[in-house]
Design a protein around this ligand. Structure first.
Ligand SMILES: Nc1ncnc2c1ncn2[C@@H]1O[C@H](COP(=O)(O)OP(=O)(O)O)[C@@H](O)[C@H]1O
Ligand SMILES: [Mg+2]
Length: 315
């Protein structure tokens, strides 16, 4: 049996006694693109920096390609390409000069350097700008230079920390396409706080929040959770919003009531209920009993965003 490309077991990290990661475990099978999804401050970057050997865990262990990262940090670094959250490039160098310099640092044999350089430039669609100064390039191009750097040594595993942050929509689409292509030959752990990103690019998704894993699922599985979540949109007249809100919250199977606004004496609420429970009839009976006017009662399709919020919201 082949070992998973990435394996994290009971990993805990504290910064000055404050836990950033609390006993997290998950695996990335070889050949997969795994999304690592979580809101800002969830602990994504901390996890990736431990995986790449930049910082040490407080406890627990991480393996890359079957090797313990703390024991075999050099071999591990040879197997991974790491795109950090904030990339520092030499802006006064030309793309090709920079990548040549990086190839040397990475100890790529001289005879292979030019072919590795050429193929990294091609993979990242940088061939046309290879003679330009890095400082003159747009953010999207600079991001691709950093990615080309990651690819130079032909890593088996790519670890990408929010690779589309700060890019415009066109550049985001190009980067996602590039990641999808790279994923055909490489294992990828892709951190992001953007839900559609994992939906588009990843085979599996690990969701992290406040330093703990809240779900591991496929994008399809997340969609099924969505179909189990009922969301009803309502509009009311006849009582102050706070009165209607507290009445709604007392209905059976109601999980969450969200005030959507008020104008001309009409107020709106979105109501979420547990899976398989249709709450529309009890909302209707509540309106009749109180003699409130119910202007709208419609079932909405919950979005993947709703599931994400549901998974990462703490009561
Ligand atoms: N070097 C550090 N020193 C102290 N606290 C840190 C440090 N790095 C991150 N943290 C804290 O750890 C938590 C997780 O941060 P981070 O891993 O950067 O999350 P994410 O990448 O998901 O946004 C946050 O509360 C952050 O403030
Ligand atoms: Mg981060």
């Amino acid at each position: 049996m082949t070992s998973p490309a990435i394996s994290i077991r009971n990993l805990t990290k504290r910064y000055d006694l404050i836990p950033a990661l609390s006993d997290i475990s998950f695996e990335v099978p070889a050949g997969q693109i795994m999304g690592f999804l979580g809101p800002n401050g969830a602990g994504k970057t901390t996890t990736l920096r431990i995986l790449t050997g930049i910082i040490a865990p407080s406890s627990g262990s991480v393996w890359i390609d079957g090797l313990d990262v703390t024991e075999h940090s050099l071999e591990v670094r040879r197997r991974i390409g790491y795109l950090p959250e904030h990339v520092a490039l030499y802006s006064e160098m030309r793309v090709v000069e920079y990548l040549t310099y990086r190839a040397r640092i990475k100890g790529i044999p001289r005879a292979e350097q030019s072919s590795r350089l050429k193929s990294s430039l091609e993979q990242c669609a940088l061939t046309d700008v290879s003679r330009q100064l890095i400082g003159r390039l747009s953010k999207g191009f600079r991001q691709r230079v950093a990615l080309a750097d990651c690819l130079l040594a032909k890593p088996k595993i790519l670890i990408l920390d929010e690779p589309t942050i700060g890019l415009d929509p066109h550049q985001i689409r190009q980067t996602r396409e590039l990641i999808t292509t790279l994923g055909r030959t490489t294992t990828i752990l892709l951190s992001t706080h953007i839900l559609p990103e994992v939906e588009i690019t990843c085979q599996r998704v690990t969701i992290i929040d406040k330093g703990t894993i809240v779900a591991v699922d496929t994008p399809e599985g997340l969609r099924q959770r969505r179909s189990g979540l009922q969301l009803v949109r309502t509009q009311w007249r006849g009582a102050p919003p706070s009165v209607i809100e507290s009445a709604l919250k007392q209905l059976p199977n109601v999980m969450r009531v969200t005030f959507q606004g008020q104008s001309d004496g009409i107020c709106s609420f979105d109501i979420e209920s547990q899976s398989g429970q249709d709450i529309r009839e009890s909302i209707f009976h509540m309106a009749v009993k109180n003699q409130w006017t119910l202007r709208e009662l419609s079932q909405q399709q919950a979005s993947l965003e709703d599931i994400f919020v549901q998974l990462t919201t703490h009561e």
